[in-house]
Design a protein around this ligand. Structure first.
Ligand code: SF4
Ligand code: SF4
Length: 249
């Protein structure tokens, strides 16, 4: 014990100060943010060259973009929101974005019953495992989601929120629905990563279903491939009305 106290006095707290402070560049690196055109119009090469068709002449779809960086060669830069979670799918289709664009996020659902405590049940419906790793990092001492009243639980019957990662596969649709039904009401569903939001790079593949919001109601969308732990935390805080205000830079 004295050794622990000595180390604590010497090094202080290692835990992030988010959400009190905005995320740092190390916590949400540039490459995890959505791309935005640096000029007034997306260049035609970008519209044609995006491998997942996330770019149109008028919008960038954060819920489809896999952060592959190809469009950086065609006048784009990773300058999307550092706190990217939204409460509707439509808000992820950002129209003519650019520096100083107004926040595309609407009001949070602010589910009052969850404001102080939220228990999560994680369901992987077909991920590549990267989103799982980012979500599980929330339990480590750096992110320490428990300091905000957010905990993981091993049973959907003890959970308030279903955290879904991966692109829904045929085999996982029924387990997903059973987990959703087992959550006591009121309940929240958070889609983590572009796979459950749009299918991402797997969209249209054989044996796949979705997007997730065609299978169960989704309350919060956290884009990214994968989203960082703080992006996921932003989504969880958004679900309970404690999220940071979203701003494009
Ligand atoms: S980063 Fe890749 S996936 Fe995202 S919009 Fe650019 S080209 Fe498309
Ligand atoms: S969103 Fe990207 S990182 Fe997450 S499971 Fe899908 S492919 Fe993997």
């Amino acid at each position: 014990m004295p050794t622990w106290l000595g180390r604590a006095a010497r090094y202080g707290s290692v835990t992030t100060r988010y959400p009190g402070d905005p995320p740092s560049l190390e916590e949400v690196p540039e490459t995890s943010r959505a791309p935005r055109p640096t000029g007034p119009e997306p260049r035609p090469e970008a519209v044609a060259g995006c491998p997942v068709r996330a770019i149109t002449n008028t919008t960038v779809d954060d819920g489809t973009c896999i952060r592959c960086a190809r469009c950086l060669a065609w006048g784009f830069a990773f300058t999307g929101a550092r706190d990217p979670a939204t409460v509707t799918r439509a808000q992820l289709r950002v129209a003519r974005p650019g520096p100083g664009a107004p926040s595309p996020t609407g009001p949070s659902p602010a589910l009052d019953g969850f404001r102080r405590s939220l228990h999560l049940f994680l369901v992987d419906v077909g991920s590549c495992n990267a989103c799982n790793l980012e979500v599980m990092a929330l339990a480590n001492p750096y992110y320490d989601a428990s300091r905000l009243g957010i905990f993981f639980t091993n049973s959907p019957r003890h959970a308030d929120a279903l955290l879904v990662v991966g692109v829904p596969t045929d085999e996982m649709v029924e387990p997903l629905r059973r987990a959703y039904d087992a959550l006591p009401a009121p309940k929240v569903v958070v889609a983590v990563g572009v796979c459950p939001i749009s299918g991402g790079v797997f969209a249209g593949g054989r044996g796949l279903r979705g997007p997730l919001d065609t299978l169960v109601p989704v309350d919060v969308y956290v884009p990214g491939c994968p989203p960082t732990p703080l992006n996921v935390l932003d989504g969880l805080l958004t679900a309970i009305g404690r999220g940071r205000p979203r701003a494009e830079e």
